[in-house]
Design a protein around this ligand. Structure first.
Ligand code: F6P
Length: 319
């Protein structure tokens, strides 16, 4: 009987649990032995590994976070840590590995594959920063959380006639800000992919105010500017009272949306199918609503394309 190890690593994402459930259930259905590796690559190095059964994944399809827990492991990036990981896989008789996480995690999966471990990568991150996949598991749940927050902040923004800067996550990718900004009707979206011009943000606020708008929502992707400084500049230049909300880790939790549960279930099942077909070194993704798999080295070289049309649409619609 073949043994498959599963791990989740890096920032957690809503949808990791339904993906784990799919891998365990489809894996056991197809006659594999499944080993859960706790706390990502750290747990792999430490041998924090146990055998999973059908009941191990009961009642998790709707839960955020990851039942296998997660970590960011610096040791795995060292030569000795990497060797330890290879040794542990050998000791536990793990023949192949399914790795769930964002860009850094999938690069770890690629290294393991290049070192001879049959590995499959599943993109799970709220950031949606994978170039080879239209969407990553967890992204739309995070967008829903942000849209809900924007709607609530918009209520109070209107009551007080204020501007509100809302800082969202996304590391070096503006997709959370872009999608949530469009869905939430934000007046300005500040993202790493487009040069930031404070005067344009202020102009849009003044124009909106002059035509009777009471609220003004600015969605700012983390890292582009300091939310408090941006808010101060807006207030100084427009005289509109401006407040700040940093959404932070609230975006990483919560029940996965049906889209993320379905994507996770399909990708988990597909990962098992690939191993059954004797394929590995693949990264799973979704393109035009179809689950795809690409050679992992090539997949990770594909650059993320920015959706300029969507950005322009949002600008037109929120004048
Ligand atoms: O990778 C997802 C992400 O949420 C980023 O958007 C954010 O910058 C980062 O993780 C924060 O991670 P940590 O858990 O290390 O603080």
């Amino acid at each position: 009987m073949k043994t498959i190890g599963i791990l989740t690593s890096g920032g957690d994402a809503p949808g990791m649990n339904p993906a784990i459930r799919a891998i365990v259930r489809a894996g056991i259905f197809n006659g594999f032995r499944i080993m859960g590796i706790r706390q990502g690559y750290s747990g792999l190095i430490d041998g924090d590994i146990y055998e999973m059964n059908l009941s191990s994944v009961a009642d998790i399809i709707h839960r955020g976070g990851t039942m296998l827990r997660s970590a960011r492991s610096d040791e795995f990036k060292t030569e000795s840590g990497f060797k330890k990981a290879l040794n542990v896989l050998d000791v536990f008789g793990i023949d192949s590995l399914i790795v769930l996480g964002g860009d850094g995690t999938l690069r770890g999966a690629k290294d393991l594959y290049n070192a001879g471990v049959p590995t499959i990568g599943i993109p799970c991150t709220i950031d949606n920063d994978c170039g080879y996949s239209d969407y990553t598991i967890g992204f739309f749940t995070a967008v829903e959380t942000v849209v809900d927050a924007i709607s609530k902040i918009r209520d109070t923004s209107t009551s007080h006639g204020r501007a509100n800067v809302i800082e969202v996550m996304g590391r070096r990718c503006g997709d959370i800000a872009l999608y949530a900004g469009l869905a939430g009707g934000a007046e300005s979206i500040i993202i790493p992919e487009v040069e930031f011009d404070i005067d344009e943000v202020c102009k849009r606020a003044i124009q909106g105010k002059n035509r009777g708008k009471l609220h003004h929502i600015i969605v700012l992707a983390e890292g582009v500017g300091n939310a408090y400084e941006v808010a101060k500049d807006i207030q100084d230049k427009t005289s509109i009272d401006t407040r700040v909300t940093v959404l932070g880790y609230i975006q990483r939790g919560g029940n996965p949306t049906s889209y993320d549960r379905i994507l996770a279930s399909k990708m988990g099942n597909r990962a098992i199918e690939l191993l059954l077909e004797g394929k590995s070194g693949r990264a799973l993704g979704v393109k035009c609503n179809e689950i795809i798999d690409l050679e992992i080295n090539e997949a990770l070289d594909i650059e993320k394309k920015f959706n300029l049309d969507m950005y322009n649409t949002s600008k037109i619609l929120s004048i």
